[in-house]
Design a protein. Structure first.
Length: 187
């Protein structure tokens, strides 16, 4: 596989806040770069600050945010990038729209990072879940706002029962099987 015949793809991590999306993405990214891919990472929090500033957390605001992320991911995919998206993206319909945009130009690989609300709250260093439980944060996904899990993601990670390195290895294996990344050569 040469630079010129490489197709772009988007690896879309979805799951509750604290499920482990960013942790696993941080392990996958350097491995993709090591294998010679041009990698762009669209982190939900960073996109919200720079591209979606001012959007609220209503369903409409969240859908607009995911629509913007999907559009940017589709453009990067079109140009051959390996795009990593880590965003809660709580609604099936919005993720489906993002998938359709990306699939016009390349492959969309949905990674559902599954963890219970209780586990995510236990991991939460910012105290957001505690505030949401007390009603201080409105429209908090998984507490006062819904999260619609994907029905058939390409990869399902149960982050309560699998270490991040093992999860990253499974994702890389799926990408190899789909011939989206070069296989790791073993001596």
């Amino acid at each position: 596989m040469t630079e010129n015949d490489r197709n772009g793809f988007t690896l879309w991590f979805t799951g509750l806040s604290g499920a482990g999306k960013t942790t696993i993405a941080e392990l996958v990214r350097p491995e993709l770069e090591r294998r010679g891919l041009l990698v762009e990472w669209l982190d939900g929090d960073e996109v919200r600050e720079h591209l979606s500033k001012g959007l609220g957390f209503s369903k409409e605001g969240r859908d607009t945010n995911i629509d913007r992320i999907g559009w940017v991911a589709s453009r990067l995919t079109r140009h051959g990038a390996a795009v990593i998206v880590s965003a809660i993206s709580p609604y099936v319909e919005a993720r489906g729209k993002a998938r359709k945009m990306v699939e016009q130009h390349g492959t969309f690989v949905e990674v559902f990072v599954d963890a219970s609300v209780e586990e995510c709250a236990r991991r939460d260093v910012k105290g957001l879940y505690e505030k949401a439980f007390r009603g201080e944060i409105k429209e908090f996904t998984g507490v006062s706002d819904p999260y619609e899990p994907p029905s058939s993601p390409e990869v399902c990670i149960e982050s309560e029962h699998e270490e991040p390195h093992a999860s990253a290895a499974r994702i890389l294996h799926v990408l190899e099987e789909r011939e989206l990344i070069p296989a790791e050569v073993t001596a």
